[in-house]
Design a protein. Structure first.
Length: 133
């Protein structure tokens, strides 16, 4: 430990200021957020006629009667495997979309570690990949 009082062990902390961000993608983000939140808040008030002695709310999860309604679709507990299949297809699609768009300049879908990029078993340096593009 230095005994000299003039030596600095730490640099003075620099202040961090927020930066206003605006552009095309920020506008798209706000538009999508506005639309999805509008759907979320307005959906309970949308009515759908299902006939006599049936609920008229368009989107409804009826827990006591073990049913779910989504506009003209009525889902019973034994049909949950359809929903499971749709969720699996959506998950696979979320994985395959970036992989399929990789060659179109969208980005590199890979794990980056210490300057090396591993693309499905092949090891290439970042500079080689940038030169290819």
């Amino acid at each position: 430990m230095p005994t000299n009082n003039n030596s600095k062990l730490f640099e003075k902390q620099q202040k961090v200021y927020p930066k206003r961000v605006w552009g095309k993608y920020r506008k798209i983000k706000w538009l999508l957020m506005f639309i999805t939140l509008g759907i979320y808040y307005l959906a309970p008030w949308v009515r759908w006629d299902r006939g006599f002695n049936a609920p008229d709310q368009a989107i409804l999860i009826d827990i006591p009667n073990s049913r779910a309604y989504f506009f003209f679709i009525e889902i019973w507990p034994q049909e949950v495997y359809y929903i499971t299949g749709l969720l699996i297809i959506a998950a696979v699609g979320l994985f395959l979309l970036p992989v399929s768009l990789e060659g179109h300049g969208v980005g590199i879908y890979a794990h980056k570690r210490s300057g090396q990029i591993y693309l499905f078993g092949s090891k290439e340096s970042f500079k080689e990949i940038v030169k290819k593009e």
